[in-house]
Design a binder for this molecule. Structure first.
Ligand SMILES: *Cc1c(COP(=O)(O)O)cnc(C)c1O
Length: 423
């Protein structure tokens, strides 16, 4: 499809987009008096216009009620976090008892490994994807050392084959089988942050369990992006952040999923008062009696201000509906692929697309790799008001999202890249 046809198709798609009105519900950043074209919803999602109202509700209740806000706020702070499981269930494919919103992502990765990484002399390895996000690598390495093992021996990274950009599913599954009874934990990013590759979490979980390992996912780039069925897939645990696709503000509160089958098990866990049985939590006696859900993993009382922003955003998701979001995301992906295919024809050898084409293997993000000159392409995009993101050594990541991006922005990006690469 030539670039004129691409533009025309984008305009058509926008015209018939049932989610088109949702863009109005977000603040689009303005630079030099002009709305930017925003492609970094995978890094920091935009702010819903309702967010300040949700925050103000909390600050007003605080001003009005002081400590009594725990009980008498419009949404009482004592149980504020209980708002989230029903809102998250359709995004995650979870039972309401299986999620809890708490802490930050890396903190939660550690807490999950406390429970789900219990190495023995024989079964001590963690399998992850090569080029996992830095913080995940540091968390895994330090957990391994904490248990007295050597990360060099205990961490198994699976890489793409020579000359390929993403990891083959059969290689991943084969590595899991190969590690067999030495494997304690499989811990992957559900969607890799660098390549945008979406892993087959159901199959990975199945094969991980087959060899007797536990299986968890970091869903930082998956939650609010791709369809998830964590409960049915029997994933043991997952954790994510809320500030990327979930639009809940910088450093926003994280969440965890813990499969029901583990709630009453004897897994070790770091405890705090907010995980204690609710009926008599405030007796504050000796001996810990856990809540019989994922809430048992909570340590502290809820960071309500951060949660208010999360609440605002998840209400937008609920109004949009995941089915419509997934349908639009797929259409945006097809348009992006058509555009980049044409761009490749026009500029052979200038760039390579890392992200797989199949919507089974990717979400919103496309990672465009430039073996040289990528940084200046990124800079030129920025100067033209296109906000994308740069990852060393040569990747421009772009992630138009169905909630607030237009199809036109996908076509515009391709057109802009064409003009940059032509000059
Ligand atoms: C964004 C991201 C993080 C960030 O961790 P924080 O604890 O929220 O700072 C960690 N892991 C992955 C895979 C990410 O994409």
């Amino acid at each position: 499809m030539n670039l004129t046809a691409l533009q025309e198709q984008a305009i058509q798609l926008d015209e018939f987009d049932p989610l088109a009105d949702f863009r109005e519900q977000f603040h689009i950043p303005v630079i030099n008096g002009k709305e930017v074209r925003y492609y970094t919803g995978n890094s920091l999602g935009l702010m819903p216009k309702t967010t300040p109202d949700y925050l103000m509700e909390v600050t007003n209740d605080w001003a009005r009620l002081g400590v009594e806000g725990h009980f008498y706020a419009k949404h009482p702070w004592l149980s504020y976090h209980e708002i989230f499981p029903p809102l998250l269930a359709p995004l995650l494919g979870s039972l309401e008892s299986e999620t809890v919103v708490m802490n930050q992502l890396t903190v939660n990765l550690h807490l999950m490994m406390v429970s789900f990484y219990r190495p023995t002399a024989k079964r001590f390895k963690i399998l992850c994807e090569g080029r996992a996000f830095s913080s995940d690598q540091y968390a895994m390495e330090s957990q391994v050392r904490f248990h007295g093992f050597d990360p060099e021996k205990a961490i198994v990274e699976v890489f793409p084959r020579e000359g390929e950009s993403v990891i083959r599913k059969e290689d991943l599954l084969e590595s899991i089988r190969q590690q067999g009874d030495t494997l304690a934990l499989v811990l992957l990013g559900g969607v890799n942050f660098y390549t945008g590759q979406l892993f087959d979490m159901q199959e990975i979980t199945r094969v991980g369990h087959e060899v007797g390992a536990l299986v968890g996912f970091d869903l930082a780039h998956a939650a609010g992006n791709v369809p998830l069925e964590l409960h049915d897939w029997e994933v043991d645990f997952a954790t994510w952040c809320s500030y990327k696709y979930l639009n809940s503000g910088p450093g926003g509160v994280s969440g965890v999923f813990i499969h029901k089958k583990h709630h009453l098990s004897d897994l070790p866990r770091f405890n705090g008062w907010w995980g204690y049985r609710k009926e008599d939590r405030f007796q504050m006696g000796k001996g810990f009696i856990p809540i019989e859900t994922a809430e048992a993993w909570q340590l502290s009382n809820a960071p309500v201000l951060s949660m208010a922003a999360h609440h605002a955003s998840l209400d937008v998701f609920q109004r949009a509906g995941m089915e419509r979001l997934h349908a639009k995301r797929e259409q945006m992906t097809y348009l992006m692929i058509d555009g980049l295919t044409e761009l490749k024809r026009l500029h052979p050898g200038k760039f390579e697309v890392f992200t797989p084409d199949s919507t089974q293997e990717r979400g919103c993000q496309t990672s465009i790799y430039f073996s040289s000159g990528g940084r200046s392409v990124f800079n030129e995009l920025e100067q033209a008001g296109f906000i994308t993101d740069w990852r060393e050594p040569g990747v421009v990541r772009v992630a138009p999202v169905p909630l607030y991006n237009r199809f036109k922005e996908v076509a515009d990006l391709v057109t802009q890249l064409d003009s940059i690469l032509s000059s």
